[in-house]
Design a protein around this ligand. Sequence first.
Ligand SMILES: C[S@@+](CC[C@H](N)C(=O)[O-])C[C@H]1O[C@@H](n2cnc3c(N)ncnc32)[C@H](O)[C@@H]1O
Length: 423
Amino acid sequence: MDAQEILELFRRTEVDESWSFGWLKQSQTGKLTHCYHRYPAKFIPQLVERLLEEYAPGEVHVNDPFFGCGTTVVSAVTKGCFASGTEINPVGWLIAKVKATPLEPGWLQSRVRGFLRRAWESRAEPLVPERYAERLGYWFPEEQMDKLGRLLAEIMREEGRVRDFLLVGFSHILKSCSLWSQSSTKPLRNPGKRLPEPLSALERHLQKMLRGNEAFWEVAPERLRREPEGMLRIEVGDARAQPVESGSVDIVITSSPYVTSYEYADLHQLSNMWLDTVHDLREYRRRFIGSLYAERGRQPEGEIARMIVERLEERSPRLAASVAAFFADMQQVFRETARVLRRGGRACYVIGNTRLRGVEVLNAEAFAEGMQIAGLELERVIRRRIPLKILPQRRDPVTGRFSSASTGAEAYPEEFIVVCRKV
Ligand SMILES: C[S@@+](CC[C@H](N)C(=O)[O-])C[C@H]1O[C@@H](n2cnc3c(N)ncnc32)[C@H](O)[C@@H]1O
């Protein structure tokens, strides 16, 4: 299909409400271990499950090059599939690994109970990562930092799977225990925020996680219960280098980052600082696809991507260069997807369009073209409504832009699933 035909196909495609899953309650989208950790832009397990049912029934190999907190990974292993993929954010990797590892509920409960008993009486020296002590001081009042540091010290005394389980719970409560404005995804400080007692917050959340683990244990295939590592190859790494052999994957189900108003690296900074998982924050940011800090000076290959970049150049050369770099990087990811897929395998990319500085950024159309350039065949386009998307509410009276998006990005309440096939 050429660029015009792709644009026309997307224009003609209407919303398919059956893919919107608007009827689901939070308890359903957060079922099993999907409730362990909040994660910006995570998708819902029902979407992955339906794609698996339609395109790859059975115990297949599922890959996600941007697995985030592991929605695809968990949905895949629950069905007895092998899951592989990469995620550049070490905390995302930890969350995904823990979420995909069912633990014997009775054993876990007694270990968590033991931990909580010790934590309530703890006199441990607070464990606060030296290199981030000052930055953490911006987000946490001193007393709160001491309490969290003591909790972390107790968690680090545990071993293996219990420690990882507790670390995910710890990471989840950091935002509510900090001065980070609760209603903001972006790093916004609210000095007047009322903060909960960290151990009480952790205890509450651990109860929820224990219930999630129990439900997961009940449905987990025997093989996953026995040896979860055998069903997983997920790594902290770049989407352009998958840890799997060529032609070994049956289906790729993923949602990529975009060039928008927020930086993924910054969104997870509290967790990455406390868990001391990132050593050079600057360098780390640059590795994110879609980041405004990414190396510029590269050009996209597709006609649609080039058209978007040209239009943006008139408004903001800097933003245009970031968008160009984004499409060029994604082109490499599409090539990697084409490499790992077997013939007849599917690539399903979930992606929304945006508007930057008044220019329509047709990510989905550009992705469809990019995947064709990588040698895949465009098979289907699904347009879905995003029922829970938090949309920008107000416009800036001066610029007319939505005020919650500082670079002038507007997100739409719809997104696409672009399905391609390797022929
Ligand atoms: C839309 S989110 C994916 C969310 C995921 N579908 C889920 O349900 O949790 C996109 C992810 O891409 C990751 N990412 C950005 N650049 C990357 C890169 N170069 N390699 C791998 N992952 C990257 C971000 O950290 C983010 O977690």
